[in-house]
Design a protein around this ligand. Structure first.
Ligand SMILES: [Mg+2]
Length: 653
């Protein structure tokens, strides 16, 4: 029994030991399983990471491959494009590799320049094909560019293989390596010859007068400005000469425009001959030329040089059988004495030329500007500024100068003459302000004021005292302006019956400005009951042919004829002819500016109808005119011998 118990106990101990051992083994197994599990997990993670990296690398490689393929395609396209561009471009391409000293020239460049490759290498290396005048500029631009200073972009003349220079536009671009060393340069040549030549032609057309081939006004202005700047810097003097041909219009009208053109060409040529290489000559337009004489040392030298010009101009132009000699008037202004800029010099030279023109009957003349002329100009400019205000303030008044009728010896007609009482400058003569009013266009406003002033005086001065007509001077611009007849009619309507006491005096320039319109206006004036007189006759166009076309009633012979009548036989002949002709056209003639009895005697002989001048009456004011009784003054000047000549004037009046 005991043995059994012992055995059982032993077995129980064995079982217990085995259980314990198995538990320990299980624990160890569990432990190991856990470790294995963890190791497995780590392995899975690691594998996954590896997979990811492989995948990423694969993608990267694929992308790189794709990029490489695209780049290859692009490069192929670029190459194609470059080749196509080279073929299509009108420019020739060149390149130099500095490292290995090799050149590349496109076929187009070879054709453009007309050299083979070997010749081109020499030309490029030595710049030997560049025009000498362009060489410095091109070289300096290349050097600046290579030093990274500026773009290489230049226009220059290149001697081509055909032996002619042509204009090319050259651009270039250099390359430098990482260390900044210049390694390559490439660029192009474009043929711009036609464009440059066209531009030069346009430039010439814009700056040169096509008829005479000398600089025109625009280039002259630029050159004069530069010359003034230089004279200022060098403190030297220069002279501006304004030159105008005398009676050029007459030459054009009588001999034709082709002769006129030849004369202008001849004058331009002779003026060029007469000046030094530093001096400038130009045609400002029409028959007006200008010269700038540089480095004037003194007045004697200037006068000598001006005389030289006149001497050259004296040389005649021979056209077929005709020999024609140009006559010129020169006005001279000096820098800095008569002006310090172009405007002042030209306007003062113009003043001087006007003085030279006054003596044009003596042939070619020059006149040096004087301070007194400049002062006159200043007054003119003051008048110009003040005239508008003067019209508004009615600073004008009228004077009256009667005409004497030679047949009866009485005064019968009266001319109204405007005067300006300037508040500070005092009395200003119409000779001074009318031209300025005409230039400024204010002549219309002034003329309307005069019409109003004169017509308002008709009842008092003319009606009922036996006087015939009161004449009003109307300038050409005003006469042909649209408002003239309207304003005249309005004023006549205010003073009924005044029209038959009025006469309008116009100058020949009206006819020149617009003959057809002048005829229409004159007809309307006649219908209103006014007379029309042609003033200053013989000074302007001097053509008698239009007298037949225009139905004017009388001529007023210019005072210049009367001034010379007792001393100049030619003047007498012309005066007599004009009076005869006027009578044959049924016009009466008024002689202006009669100063003495000798002049009067001639006019009596020629049966002139009316005379006007200080020998009889100076311009009178209103009261003085009223004191003159028509019948109280009888100049017994008309005798039986003269009676019956010419038209019946009083009937017309
Ligand atoms: Mg007059």
């Amino acid at each position: 029994m005991d043995d059994n118990k012992a055995t059982i106990a032993m077995l129980e101990r064995r079982v217990a030991r085995e259980i314990k051992a198995r538990k320990q083994s299980e624990e160890i197994l569990n432990q190991k399983s856990l470790e294995l599990y963890k190791a497995n997990l780590a392995l899975v993670d690691s594998n996954q990471a590896l997979d990811l990296r492989v995948k990423e690398r694969t993608q990267a490689l694929e992308l790189a491959k794709k990029n490489a393929e695209q780049q290859l395609a692009l490069n192929e396209n670029a190459n194609d494009r470059f080749t196509l561009a080279m073929l299509a471009s009108s420019a020739g391409i060149w390149e130099k590799n500095i490292i290995d000293d090799t050149w590349y020239f496109s076929d187009r460049l070879i054709r453009l320049l007309g050299y083979n490759e070997a010749q081109l290498i020499e030309c490029f290396d030595q710049f030997s094909f560049v025009h000498p005048q362009d060489l410095r500029n091109l070289k300096s631009k290349v050097i600046k560019h290579v030093k990274r200073g500026a773009v290489l972009d230049v226009e220059c003349r290149i001697l081509t293989g055909s032996g002619y220079y042509k204009w090319f536009w050259i651009v270039g671009q250099a390359k430098w390596n990482a260390k900044g060393k210049f390694t390559r340069i490439a660029g192009s040549f474009s043929d711009i010859d036609e464009r440059v030549e066209n531009a030069k032609t346009i430039q010439k057309m814009a700056h040169y007068d096509h008829l005479t081939q000398i600089p025109n006004r625009e280039l002259f202005n630029q050159q004069l400005d530069t010359a003034i700047e230089l004279a200022r810097a060098q403190q030297s003097q220069l002279a501006v000469l304004l030159i105008d041909l005398n009676d050029f219009k007459l030459i054009n009208d009588s001999l034709g425009h082709s002769v006129g053109d030849k004369l202008l060409q001849h004058v331009a040529h002779m003026l060029k001959q007469s000046i030094g290489p530093q001096d400038l000559v130009s045609r400002l337009g029409g028959d007006e030329f200008s010269i700038v004489l540089k480095n004037i040392t003194d007045t004697d030298q200037l006068i000598f040089r001006c005389r030289n010009i006149l001497k050259e101009i004296e040389i005649p132009i021979t056209d077929n059988a005709n020999s024609l000699r140009a006559k010129i008037s020169i006005g001279v202004a000096l820098y800095p004495e008569h002006g310090v800029n172009r405007g002042e010099l030209l306007s003062n030279a113009d003043l001087a030329m006007y003085q030279a023109k006054k003596t044009k009957s003596k042939g070619s003349q020059f006149y040096l500007c004087e301070q007194s002329l400049i002062d006159q100009l200043a007054t003119r400019s003051r008048i110009g500024k003040d005239i508008y205000k003067a019209i508004k303030n009615r600073e004008f008044y009228m004077m009256y100068q009667p005409f004497v009728e030679l047949a009866s010896g009485t005064h019968y007609m009266v001319e109204s003459l405007v005067r300006w009482q300037h508040p500070t400058l005092g009395l200003i003569s119409p000779v001074d302000f009318i031209p300025i009013a005409e230039e400024s266009g204010l002549i219309v406003e002034l003329g309307e004021l005069i019409i109003e002033m004169v017509i308002s005086k008709v009842p008092k001065l003319m009606q009922g005292n036996g006087l015939g007509r009161l004449s009003i001077n109307i300038s050409a611009a005003h006469f042909l302006s649209p408002g003239f007849l309207r304003v005249l009619t309005e004023n006549i309507d205010k003073y009924p019956g005044s029209a038959k006491h009025l006469c309008i005096e116009i100058t020949e320039s009206v006819v020149l400005d617009n003959l057809d319109l002048a005829r229409v206006v004159i007809d309307k004036l006649h219908r209103l009951g006014l007379l029309v007189s042609l003033d200053d006759f013989g000074t302007g166009y001097s053509s008698l042919s239009y007298l037949q076309i225009l139905s004017v009633d009388s001529l007023k012979l210019d005072r210049s004829f009367i001034a010379d009548i007792d001393t100049c036989k030619d003047r007498r002949t012309i005066t007599e002819s004009i009076i005869k002709l006027a009578h044959s056209l049924n016009l009466y003639v008024v002689a202006e500016g009669v100063e003495n009895s000798k002049q009067l005697d001639y006019l009596l002989d020629y049966k002139c109808n009316y005379v006007q001048g200080n020998y009889f009456y100076e311009p009178l004011n209103e009261d003085q005119l009223l004191e003159v009784q028509v019948d109280s003054l009888h100049y017994e000047v008309w005798n039986d011998e003269h009676s019956g000549e010419g038209p019946n004037y009083k009937e017309q009046l």
